[in-house]
Design a protein around this ligand. Sequence first.
Ligand SMILES: [Zn+2]
Length: 424
Amino acid sequence: MQTKLAFGLAALASWLVASAQAQVRHVTRVSEHYAVAQVEVAPGQVLPLEFDFPVTGVVVEAAQLAGATLTAAAPVALVPDPHQTGPVPRSQLLVTEPRRSFTLAVGEQPGPVRLHLLYAPPLPPEACWWERRPPLALRLENGCERPQTVPQSEWRAGLTPPRTAPTATAVRFIIVHHEAGSNNPVNFTQTVRNIYLLHTQTNGWADIGYNFVVAQNGTIFDGRDGQGRLDGDNVLGAHFCGKNANTMGICLLGNYMTAEPTSAALASLARVISWKLAKENLTNPFGRGIHLPGSAEQSTLNVISGHRDGCATDCPGDNVYRRLAEVRQSTLAVCNVLADDPVVFTRQLSLYPVPARQRLTVDFAGLAVRQLALVTANGQPLQAWAVPPGQASLDLDLAALPAGLYLLQVETPDGPRSKKLVIE
Ligand SMILES: [Zn+2]
């Protein structure tokens, strides 16, 4: 037997059909893109849910999420969202193709469960040029220009634009997040569209919380909308436990407590950060500074920080957090600020090609070089090559080294000297 009950404003009410065992409350249609369903469940209950409207995103809110799963195409274990806003735990956002039926299996904790149901109509494939073009084409080969991104007006098409004017902030800190969602998303664009609905409709925020969102394939989506008044990267966001002033938030799609970030996502992250640091004249990606000086929330942050550095959260996940040092170094490869030492000396030393790829030729131009050594931008030694007496040049095999900025240290009779080296 199935039960049907209607509640709420007649025009906004809808039906929830569930099994006879379920204590069905009601479904409220808040808008054409958002509904809230409330059900009362018994411990260990498996609850088929059917809605008379399509759903593309679900967040489960319950006092106890442990042991609970939600099944759309396949069962997904529910874990708490590190970005929840209220006192009751909320699950990660589950994004799916449009569907009307789900199965909720709860753990041993009984009690009311609230489901936040989102509907982002999928964009026609022909509108999503960024899905057809190889992700690498979204990024520049080198330089300090703004990387190519997917504008809000394109990924947000068909959804309600922000209604509140943006607030400007002077960015001094970059805050890296993870979405804590699926590592096998159905569609990056749909994931971003559902996050937008979650932030604007469920949370009631003015706009998506982040300034940028980076997909696993490296695609960069613009976040907060400057609405023609501001650059989006200077719009005050909602991502850093209420301490958003002077920060810019970048969110990596996926859950990096469990998965490793892709090299494409890390490369795009470094490109956005590098461009932004150059734009704000923040010349040291390894730097630290005082955030909100003089306020009760004053703290010291790295210029490139993780969400957990300022808030009680495990975001951006252990596997992204421990690679932030690598991201800081990678930013130098795009718009680096280190200087050759000394400039006059390095004119006697030529490197080609620039930037280096698999191989590099070093021409000493008559210098009495005894040894070449490669170190990281932080000064960590990597590899050394002895130079036979009288030799004027050396070919180095760099194939094993990841892209980034390095220093080539040269031993001369006058002591060590260094020259910047970018490997692509
Ligand atoms: Zn976060």
